[in-house]
Design a protein around this ligand. Structure first.
Ligand SMILES: C[S@@+](CC[C@H](N)C(=O)[O-])C[C@H]1O[C@@H](n2cnc3c(N)ncnc32)[C@H](O)[C@@H]1O
Length: 251
């Protein structure tokens, strides 16, 4: 079981979270073509297919622009919330609101689906966000996550073997990354390098694990958290280092 250490929102964590958000915004503004949910990305299309969103949908951490997976024609009402949304908007059945997952401005049992596309490990308090998701979901409602898989840690003795093997597989890996995580067509490798350079030059906030995350929540930990909140896993799909996973609210 996972223990929630942030029973209250620690002030210094809030400051660090704000800095991770500033870093995120800077990258979004300078390199919009790398937005995780840019139309045409294969991994995003796979996620959209996995979700099969319909009815009333809430996307927590949708980013500052409309993610392509929210354009599903079966969605009756789609609401995206994100603290980086500068100007909220009403685009017919899609609405965008500046808000955080820890305090959802919606009544209980309103949504059929809640989804987190690479956003769950950006929030400040994971347990609070999940409790809020449970509150706004209808009975038997569905929550969907796109998260990372925990990187494999190996005993030292295997490292040299792995290094040799990884040299051989690096070329294949590069091809897979190019194929699946490719940004919009026409985006050059130079821009990707410029983005990587920019990220390396950014400060890692105090207590954070990198420029954008206070903590990573990997697949195993997510399963523990969801069990704790009485969700039942109903589907999952592994795709390279990502996992798409679907849970149903028990009642
Ligand atoms: C990697 S982006 C993913 C954006 C979008 N879902 C996509 O697939 O392109 C993570 C997002 O989580 C948002 N976020 C961070 N903290 C949050 C919080 N407490 N509540 C809701 N969203 C949050 C960030 O602002 C950021 O836009």
């Amino acid at each position: 079981m996972v223990e929630n250490k942030n029973t209250h929102l620690d002030e210094y964590l809030i400051e660090s979270w704000k800095k991770t958000q500033d870093n995120g915004l800077m990258v979004y503004k300078e390199f919009p073509e790398f937005n995780c949910s840019t139309t045409g990305r294969k991994d995003v299309n796979m996620f959209a297919k996995f979700c099969s969103l319909q009815g009333k949908v809430l996307d927590i951490g949708c980013g500052p622009s409309i993610p392509s997976y929210l354009k599903d024609k079966n969605i009756e009402v789609g609401i995206g919330i994100d603290p980086l949304i500068e100007v909220g908007g009403d685009l017919g059945k899609l609405n965008f609101i500046n808000a955080v997952g820890e305090f959802l401005p919606f009544r209980r049992e309103f949504f059929d689906f809640v989804c987190f596309a690479t956003s769950f490990d950006h929030v400040l308090d994971h347990v609070l966000v999940l409790k809020e998701s449970v509150r706004v979901l209808k009975s038997k409602g569905i929550v969907i996550f796109w998260v990372g898989e925990k990187p494999v840690t190996r005993p030292n003795i295997l490292n040299r073997y792995y290094e040799n093997l990884s040299r051989a597989t690096r070329t294949i890996e590069r091809r897979i990354v190019k194929k699946y995580a490719r940004p919009r067509q026409g985006t050059s490798d130079l821009r990707a390098e410029a983005q990587a350079f920019k990220i390396r030059s950014m400060q890692i906030p105090k207590g954070a694990i990198d420029q954008f995350h206070l903590k990573h929540v990997y697949y195993n930990e997510l399963n523990d958290l969801c069990e704790l909140l009485e969700f039942t896993k109903i589907d999952e799909k592994f795709s390279h280092s990502s996992v798409f996973v679907k849970y149903k609210k028990n009642n």
